[in-house]
Write a protein that binds this ligand. Structure first.
Ligand code: FAD
Length: 1008
């Protein structure tokens, strides 16, 4: 259903408006002062018995995550346990501990932590080598000792949050806990990252299945389901492509998989909860829920244990509650609904900023989330026929408010995470009527890292209730302040909206969220009605005349005030923004871009127009220079003349517009030659610029082959400069043609390709590497100059990483770019297809193929499925293959040596580094001779004004496009010196000195 229409309103609505509705929904429901009064004794009691020093709260109080020490702790916790080799573990520990002040005395936290860690590890981890002496500081212990102590410390941190390493251990722990607290219920969670491969998904399915079977053995098959333990599952663990774009696959493949778990849970009378994940999966999760609910209704209509988690931080949360109740009623079921505030707040904010969305999908002030939580709680309590509410929170104020709203009759339970909120719940559960369930993660230490970091962030955030509770300096009034009153006073967004990311001087381009039906509908409509225009080929014989026109138009354009030229570009940007769907459709049709790539490209073009407009105004202001009295000196920049702008097919709008806008903004006229494959997009871009005020002769489009039209253009004596993006070979041809000409020596800006590498050390997270590789190597079918060509993986993790990359690559869909499910469209034409095939045949002979060859299936459309090969040495990778072809090499030893070998290849465009060792990332970046280095992310999608783009060596001349130095290369400089005393004397000096005699010096010469 969500693929065609939405069940929910758009996630992107003005926050203040939504908040007002939430406050209205709560009207008359709650007396906060009474709730605060009820919570006060719990808080006082917890503060009287503070947690032990190794408890998370204590640790984060001493070293908040905003401090270097807290950050170091979090980074270590995230990475250390998975590092397989001692060398990297030592480097990681030294790096993180070195940048923080854990020392300072034997009673420092590290010393205490290490001492506690080792003492406890003796007890809990008998297999571990426990140091004999109590550990002290780095110097006393030596590197390996510190690593061992830190490892223990991190494992102990992890233990706080994990009930057991296996479901069997966890059930034993639960039995023991129930002896203390008889009514205790648990919801088990099998830890791990989301599945990237089918094999991962099947492994998680097996693990959930085994867990349900084990839990079932201890459950009561009859009686209320609420009294049994349950399980929480993540849909992202059960399918490698649990994404809105793969809707059909998800419904066909994931739903049956989840059904097998539902069936087991239904038979055993267990609570099965679908965890809440990212905002962009919400509508999809409802479709999955509804499909499963229909089947539950048919096959297990009496099962009341099925349900899901709902995140109150989403601005759509209240509508979501109503939707879920409607689904339950439609199928005559009762769901168990866990209300949480939400665990991915930071990631949601970043995504909205990256995509340039109109609003945030989550609230941006903590008290807004609290208000939303209460409004949702009320709605859940008001639907007892359809919903059994489960309120998951550690916040004493929130809990007291819920108890008040629920009253004595309502059926519901409270929930907390294992290892969190124990103090408050210890107090609460003295009331035997209160039911509580604990969310209990189960997994090996290695699997808990991401979960641990989420909890560290949650506990460490200044706004977090648990954090404030542990901080005695936060008074009770502040701790239990009314979110309703705060929201009444402050309703707007707590963060600048994505459009305002670059400040008041430059509006960010607006993007779309393709998972929102209302946002993708205009794209699909545009696709249906947009035709790629035919473009008349330019006759190379007319080149001289075209250049003459451009030269004739130059003086007027040059003398047009820069503000006016900039205004034309800004008008074009606004118009492009308004026509984004049409330009996206053109890109899909003419350049075979996928929709995601098309939106990103139009946005980049808009950003170029606005950025260069600003930059031209900034740099073209005459600059007064200091000098002697009696003269003025000013440095001024002006256009050089008529430029040839030669752009490629892989970014037919963004690079085309960027080159043209840079030349125009600086007062040059332009002869633009687009790639032969994509003249239609260029024609439309030129029309847009003309309509925005650029004179026809100041910008001419010359469509034709590079060998004739391009060559003729470059050869013209009157051409004042050439800006070219394309292959290194063609850049050389142009360079030689320019050098062969008599007359002025003109500048050439060349942006060419690269053998872009990514170095992965053994501290990297394989899942993050796999994601970065899929995007960098295969997005746009590898047809980006920034695309990843050579992956260098540390031997210690290579087998696992390569396996994950193979599995993830198999899940990518190559097909029609107009289909939203497509990840890779066709390569640009038959020549490109044949060229890549020739490379593949060579690699099959020279290297070890890692993925099955694409065969003939996609040949008619020039489709090439992702390809990967393992090669023996970096030096074997000699040429850039402009397609979805990745070469992988293993390395060991010194990572700097790997960078030196990459440097030797001669290219220098992008480099990816995946490591958790910050100092290593810095050192490798400094040694790399490349233009753009990306650490722990993908290597594509440079943003204008944020990641200026361009390389060195065989990869280009610079300056970087979208950077502050780019426009200078388009300008001629002029210094204007005027002798202001030429008329016989220095009137200004005399006037300034007039009344009072100068303080120093002899004035007699002037007077004579
Ligand atoms: C049993 C259980 C199951 C859970 N399952 C899930 C799940 O399936 N999916 C999931 O996402 N989370 C889940 N969580 C995690 C849950 O989201 C967090 O534990 C919860 O947000 C902490 O809320 P609190 O009321 O305890 O703390 P509080 O300190 O009162 O609230 C903290 C929360 O407020 C929100 N917040 C923080 N800063 C801001 C801000 N500036 N603007 C707006 N909001 C802000 C965040 O959501 C943050 O987590 C679960 C938690 C429990 C207890």
């Amino acid at each position: 259903m969500s693929f065609l229409s939405s069940r929910l309103p758009t996630p992107y609505r003005p926050e203040a408006e939504v908040l007002s509705q939430r406050l209205a929904a709560l009207s008359g429901a709650l007396d906060w002062a009474l709730a605060a009064q009820a919570a006060e004794p719990w808080v006082r009691a917890v503060r009287r018995h503070p947690p032990p020093f190794w408890a998370m709260e204590s640790l984060l109080k001493e070293y908040p995550i905003s401090s270097a020490e807290g950050l170091a702790l979090m980074r270590l916790a995230e990475a250390l346990l998975r590092v397989p080799d001692a060398e990297t573990a030592v480097a990681l520990t030294a790096d993180q501990l070195g940048r923080a002040d854990f020392e300072g005395g034997s009673d420092s936290a590290l010393a205490r932590l290490s001492a506690g860690a080792i003492a406890l590890s003796k007890k809990f981890l008998p297999q571990a080598e426990a140091g004999a002496a109590p550990p002290g500081l780095l110097a006393r212990l030596g590197a390996r000792g510190v690593v061992a102590a830190t490892l223990r410390a991190v494992q102990l941190l992890g233990r706080q949050f994990v009930l057991g390493q296996t479901i069997g251990d966890a059930l034993d722990e639960a039995r023991a806990a129930r002896r203390q607290t008889p009514g205790l219920r648990l919801s088990y969670d099998m830890l791990g990252e989301g599945a990237r491969t089918e094999a991962d998904a099947l492994r998680y399915l097996a693990s959930y299945t085994a867990a349900i079977q084990a839990i079932a053995r201890e459950a009561q098959a009859q009686g209320p389901v609420e009294q049994n333990d349950g399980i929480s599952i993540k849909l992202s663990a059960l399918h490698p492509r649990y994404e809105d774009a793969q809707h059909a696959r998800v419904m066909a493949e994931l739903v049956p998989r989840v059904w097998t778990l539902c069936e087991l849970a239904a038979r055993a009378n267990l609570n099965l909860t679908i965890d809440a994940e990212e905002v962009d999966r919400l509508e999809l999760s409802l479709d999955v829920l509804e499909a499963l609910a229909a089947r539950v209704a048919r096959e297990h209509p009496r099962w009341q244990g099925f349900g899901l988690a709902l995140q109150a931080y989403q601005t759509r949360a209240l509508e979501l509650v109503h939707q879920v109740a409607a689904i339950a009623r439609r199928h005559r079921l009762r769901f168990m609904c866990r209300l949480v505030k939400g665990a991915y707040w930071d990631a949601e904010i970043k995504r909205a900023q990256e995509l340039g969305l109109p609003h945030y999908p989550v609230f941006t002030r903590k008290h807004h989330t609290d208000v939303s939580y209460l409004a949702c709680a009320r709605a859940l309590l008001e639907a007892p026929d359809a919903i059994y509410p489960q309120f998951a929170t550690h916040n004493a104020g929130t809990i007291a408010a819920i108890l008040q709203m629920a009253g004595p009759q309502a059926a519901f339970e409270l929930q907390r995470l294992h290892g969190m909120g124990e103090g408050v719940y210890r107090e609460l559960l003295q009331d035997p009527r209160i039911r509580c369930r604990v969310y209990a993660p189960v997994g090996r230490h290695r699997d808990l890292l991401a979960y641990l970091v989420r909890r560290l962030l949650e506990n460490g955030a200044n706004s977090s209730f648990v954090h404030q509770l542990a901080d005695a300096s936060v008074g009770l009034a502040e701790l239990l302040a009314s979110p309703l009153a705060q929201a009444g006073a402050c309703r707007g967004s707590g963060l600048p909206l994505p459009a305002a990311l670059y400040g008041p001087g430059r509006e960010n381009s607006a993007g779309l969220d393709l998972t929102v039906p209302g946002m993708r509908a205009p794209l699909l409509a545009a696709h249906a009605r947009t035709a790629v225009p035919a473009v008349a080929p330019f006759d190379a014989a007319h080149t001289e005349a075209a250049v003459a026109r451009a030269v004739a138009a130059w003086p007027a354009w040059r003398q047009t005030p820069v503000a006016q030229r900039a205004a034309s570009l800004r008008r074009a940007a606004d118009e492009l923004q308004a026509q984004l769907p049409r330009f996206c459709a053109l890109l899909v049709k003419e350049a075979f871009k996928t929709w995601g790539d098309a939106v990103a490209e139009v946005r980049e073009a808009i950003d170029f127009l606005r950025y260069y407009a600003n930059e031209a105004e900034r740099i073209m202001r005459p600059q007064a220079l200091p000098g002697v009295t009696g003269e003025t000196n000013a440095l001024r920049l002006g256009g050089r003349g008529a430029w040839a702008c030669i752009s490629p097919w892989n970014f037919p709008l963004a690079i085309f517009t960027g080159q043209v806008a840079a030349a125009l903004a600086t007062g040059n006229t332009v002869l633009a030659k687009p790639a032969e494959q994509t003249p239609g997009v260029a024609l439309e871009a030129v029309a847009l610029l003309h309509a925005a005020g650029v004179p026809a002769d100041a910008l001419q489009l010359l469509h034709g082959p590079g060998e004739t039209v391009g060559a003729a253009l470059v050869a013209q004596p009157e051409i004042a400069g050439v800006v070219f993006t394309g292959s290194t070979q063609v850049a050389r041809v142009i360079q030689r043609a320019l050098a062969a000409k008599d007359g002025p020596i003109v500048p050439l800006i060349a942006e060419t390709g690269g053998i872009n590498a990514m170095l992965v050390d053994s501290s990297a997270l394989p899942e993050q590497v796999a994601d970065a590789v899929m995007q960098s190597a295969f997005r746009s079918a590898g047809q980006r100059c920034s695309a990843l060509r050579l992956l260098c993986v540390h031997e210690g993790i290579a087998d696992g990483v390569i396996e994950m990359i193979r599995g993830a690559a198999r899940e990518l869909v190559a097909g029609d770019p107009a289909d939203l499910a497509t990840d890779l469209g066709p390569v640009i034409d038959r020549a490109a297809f044949d060229g890549i095939q020739a490379h593949l045949r060579r690699l099959e002979a020279e290297a070890k193929p890692l993925l099955a060859q694409s065969g003939k299936a996609g040949e008619a459309m020039n489709l090439i499925a992702p390809q990967a090969f393992e090669v023996a040495a970096i030096e074997q990778v000699r040429q850039e293959i402009f397609g979805p072809v990745l070469q992988i090499v293993r390395w060991q030893g010194d990572p700097l040596a790997v960078i030196h070998r990459i440097n030797q290849l001669g290219y220098g465009l992008t480099l990816g580094i995946q490591t958790r060792i910050d100092s290593r990332a810095q050192a490798l970046a400094a040694a790399a001779r490349v233009g753009n280095v990306y650490v722990n992310r993908n290597t594509i999608g440079a943003v204008v004004g944020v990641q200026p783009f361009g390389g060195e060596g065989l990869s280009g001349t610079g300056p970087k496009a979208g950077g502050p130095h780019y426009l200078y290369r388009f300008c001629a400089e002029q210094t204007l010196t005027i002798n202001t005393a030429a008329a016989g004397g220095n009137a200004a000096l005399l006037a300034a000195m007039g009344a009072a005699p100068p303080a120093t010096g002899d004035t007699s010469r002037h007077e004579a």
